[in-house]
Design a protein around this ligand. Structure first.
Ligand SMILES: [Zn+2]
Length: 181
């Protein structure tokens, strides 16, 4: 399918129960099909999602064009900012929402902006500190809502929406323009 502008890497998985499509950070299009699945059917399925794939790849391209990865020195400078900024914004978000958390750890995480354990401990990527404050607050609210719902259920999103004055979708969309780097 190279004539489409991308190639599809097809994988069979013993664990997969259905066909799924994923675009990696590097812009690789990965199609996973169940062990018993039909390659033809999966490719036809992916074909139907051509528009979505193109849009996702363009987004990745836009992200990588703007800013090259930070140097070690830049990361250390950002870490200093993060250690001051992130606890302050998380604390503010906690007070505003009335949602309590345990401990905050700041990590050099590229894969996600934040996470929350079942015990209510929150971890934030230090790269979050480079984002507009409104988005930092949004990530904090997202993680704080996980102290109530440890999943991405409809109830979870309703809670995030409540604490962001109905702006979850809009903020999530803006966040997608950035990548932890
Ligand atoms: Zn989440």
């Amino acid at each position: 399918m190279a004539e489409r502008g991308y190639t599809i890497e097809l994988r069979r998985s013993r664990r997969a129960k259905r066909t799924s499509l994923r675009i990696t950070r590097e812009g690789q299009v990965r199609l996973t099909i169940p062990w018993w699945g039909s390659k033809r059917a999966a490719l036809a399925w992916a074909e139907e999602r051509h528009e979505w794939i193109v849009a996702a790849l363009e987004r990745i391209k836009r992200r990588s064009e703007g800013d090259p990865p930070l140097t070690d020195e830049q990361v250390e400078a950002l870490r200093k900012v993060a250690k001051e900024l992130l606890p302050r914004i998380l604390e503010m978000a906690s007070e505003k929402t009335g949602l309590r958390y345990g401990r905050l750890t700041i990590r050099k995480t590229h894969s996600r902006w934040g996470s929350c354990t079942r015990e209510g401990n929150i971890s934030l990527s230090l790269f979050l500190a480079a984002l507009p404050e409104e988005l930092i607050e949004f990530v904090c609210i997202h993680e704080l809502c996980h102290t109530v719902h440890p999943n991405h259920s409809a109830e979870f999103h309703a809670l995030v929406n409540l604490h962001t004055a109905g702006r979850e979708k809009e903020l999530q969309k803006r966040l997608k323009n950035f990548v932890p780097r």
